[in-house]
Design a protein around this ligand. Structure first.
Ligand SMILES: Nc1ncnc2c1ncn2[C@@H]1O[C@H](COP(=O)(O)OP(=O)(O)OP(=O)(O)O)[C@@H](O)[C@H]1O
Ligand code: SF4
Ligand SMILES: [Mg+2]
Length: 326
């Protein structure tokens, strides 16, 4: 939607390394990422398991402190002191993927949603704020849900309660890590529609973390494709998903049920952030390199030896690939 104005949230040169286990080097889970999220913009972060999506999301939330690089909200670097982080929670909220896991079975819906208000010493009327948040999350009339317990709700309703708990502080941005992964397909559509409504009604921004490209297509303005700690392709969702340029994005798309043509099966070892290969980090698994296409284009040596620059955090479609670059 936006993307032109100053970003609401931005990551610049963010790296997160975890200490290695015995015999391994440190795990560079996030290895140089620039990412901007604008006001009212929904960005999907996609990539296969272990590529660093959750680590990046937690870093944007201030839950992980980057090893290097900076996260800014409203142009200001995050304050990692306990007060600073508590204040930041009012602006940026997390919605977790498993609604039953994030709700206490002994708390009523009312208490679950009111919790954030109590933590933050909300001064207004709690009852009203809880009712409004539930209504925004599509649980109407809200009073009917106040005294229910999680086990008395459907999976979709539980997810809505989690979303209401995030909305009650009126954040500007929510980070949703696999928000609908555990839901039935029929309920998924509803929850996605809800996130889009919230964007339209409240101007809410969102980072939606998923390994489901179909979900990205349905919900996002912009998509960032992550591989082994880096964003390797990014741009407006229609452009990236209908005309993908990075061989990795193409491979991910080729295995979707609705895709035409034969699926590209990724060969080579599963990615390991404690052993990031030199050159293009995808080269050991790249079908364009393996098939000789990169050789024909005269870039095969660069594929194996020359690292690619970090892509800019916003703007037009970009790709980190020697072969796909103009
Ligand atoms: N606290 C930690 N200590 C050590 N390594 C970690 C830690 N957290 C994550 N990692 C490693 O960092 C890499 C990225 O993990 P992350 O959870 O961010 O991936 P992901 O893209 O969210 O995967 P998934 O789709 O499975 O949720 C993985 O190799 C993981 O093992
Ligand atoms: S740079 Fe080379 S190895 Fe990497 S994705 Fe592009 S073609 Fe494949
Ligand atoms: Mg994850």
């Amino acid at each position: 939607m936006t993307g032109v104005a100053a970003p609401l949230l931005s990551a610049t040169g963010v790296r997160v390394a975890f200490p290695g286990r015995r015999n391994t080097g440190e795990a560079r889970a996030v290895d140089g990422v620039d990412l901007d999220i604008g006001n009212g913009e929904i960005v999907a972060l996609v990539g296969e398991s272990g590529c660093g999506k959750t680590t990046l999301a937690r870093t944007l939330l201030g839950l992980v402190r980057p090893t290097s690089g900076t996260v800014r909200f409203g142009g200001r670097p995050l304050d990692y002191g306990s007060r600073g982080l508590k204040a930041y929670r009012k602006h940026v909220q997390l919605v977790l993927q498993d609604p039953s896991g994030s709700l206490n079975p002994r708390h009523t819906v009312y208490d679950a949603v009111a919790e954030g208000l109590r933590i933050h010493g909300h001064r207004g009327d709690e009852h009203t704020a809880v009712a409004e948040a539930l209504a925004l999350a599509g649980l109407r009339p809200p009073e009917r849900f106040f005294l229910r317990y999680p086990h008395q709700l459907s999976g979709g309703q539980r997810q809505r309660v989690v979303i209401a708990g995030a909305l009650v502080l009126r954040p500007e941005l929510i980070v949703a890590d696999e928000p609908v992964a555990s839901l039935d397909a029929s309920v998924r559509g509803e929850i996605l529609a809800l996130l889009l409504d919230l964007r339209d009604e409240l101007g809410l921004s969102a980072l939606v973390v998923t390994h489901d490209l179909g979900l990205a297509w349905n919900i996002a303005d912009r998509v960032a494709v992550m591989y082994l700690g880096r964003i390797v392709e990014t741009g407006p969702v229609e452009q990236v998903l209908t005309a993908p340029r990075h061989p990795y994005t193409r491979a991910l798309l080729s295995v979707l049920p609705e895709s035409e043509g034969s699926p590209v099966v990724l060969t080579g070892e599963p990615p390991d952030p404690s052993r990031i290969p030199g050159g293009c980090r995808f080269h050991a698994r790249c079908h364009v390199l393996a098939s000789g296409e990169a050789e024909t284009a005269g870039v095969a040596d660069r594929c194996r030896t020359e690292d690619l620059p970090v892509l800019p955090g916003s703007g037009s479609a970009r790709v980190a690939c020697h072969w796909a670059r103009p």
